[in-house]
Design a protein. Structure first.
Length: 303
């Protein structure tokens, strides 16, 4: 079922100011009114003061608003959505139906998915939730079995999630909370069509949270289609960069890239460098090219 389209309506200056004033007054996790089992886990983890993204996001999610969050990795955004979602699970207990999940978190990589799942288990250790992981690169049989009796929280990469749906290992009609984490990375990795297919299978009566470090046009359009009157929170300027990093762009033909890379590394006497490529094959090709130029290099990828 497609989510109805809604415009991204901005709140009035007064309501925005009041929300900011309220956020500034939240200096402890106890101020949010989270359930005691959650605040107990936070105390055990030595969490005392919420980060800016948590201060702004948690009250919005607790009030069941859809949210667009502009936040980079390291800002504490996982807790910003996990804590209020765990609160809803605790205060609205029900057993999931077979082959369903109540919370669906989509992320671009296996590594990030595993980190998000660990966060839910850490913050929810006293809540008593069931959680599962659906990622590629491992056997699907174990994931099918983990979903057989239903789970509260499912963290997944889009491709494997659709594999489970197609094989009748998962039904998406019961999802109450959808989270898209690092949406811009999912767009860059070509997951946009998979995400649209997934959203088409969800109930319109859900809460949707979208987090992205940047807000390119395609992500803004996706948010326009998926979210209902969302609150927008931001802790860093869109497309911001680290001030201490010097950046340059060199426009070269594809065929000349290997030679130019070797020239740059030699000319500027670079002792240590990271070179990113789009594919594993590309990484191996760069290593071979640098070796021919007399530069020692190694490839790091999943093989």
């Amino acid at each position: 079922m497609h989510h109805p389209r809604h415009g991204l309506r901005s709140s009035s200056p007064r309501s925005h100011r009041l929300a900011q004033e309220k956020a500034c007054s939240l200096t402890s996790f106890h101020d949010f009114g989270l359930a005691e089992p959650i605040t107990r886990a936070l105390a055990e983890e030595k969490y005392v003061t919420p980060t800016p993204i948590q201060t702004q996001t948690i009250p919005m999610v607790l009030s069941r608003r859809d949210v667009i969050g502009i936040a980079q990795t390291g800002t504490g955004k996982t807790a910003a959505f996990a804590l209020p979602i765990l609160h809803h699970l605790f205060t609205n207990r029900r057993r999931p139906e077979r082959k369903t999940c109540r919370v669906l978190v989509l992320s671009p990589t296996r590594e990030l998915s595993g980190q998000i799942l660990n966060s839910f288990r850490t913050y929810g250790r006293h809540v008593g939730i069931s959680a599962a992981l659906a990622i590629g690169g491992v056997s699907m049989g174990g994931q099918v079995r983990s979903l057989l009796h239903g789970v509260d929280v499912l963290v997944a990469t889009p491709g494997r999630l659709l594999d489970l749906v197609r094989s009748n290992g998962l039904r998406l009609g019961d999802v109450e909370h959808l989270v898209l984490d690092e949406a811009d990375r999912m767009l860059d990795m070509g997951f946009i069509h998979d995400i649209r297919k997934i959203v088409a299978k969800l109930s319109a009566h859900r809460q949707t949270l979208l987090f992205s470090a940047t807000m390119p046009g395609a992500i803004a359009e996706l948010a326009h289609q998926m979210l209902r009157d969302p609150a927008k929170v931001a802790v860093t300027p869109a497309s911001s960069t680290v001030a201490r990093v010097e950046q340059r762009v060199m426009r070269v033909d594809r065929a000349a890239k290997a030679a130019v890379l070797a020239q740059v590394l030699k000319r500027e006497q670079v002792d240590r460098a990271l070179v990113f490529t789009r594919t594993k094959h590309g990484a191996d090709k760069v290593v071979r090219g640098l070796a021919k130029a007399g530069i020692a290099a190694s490839a790091i990828h999943s093989n």
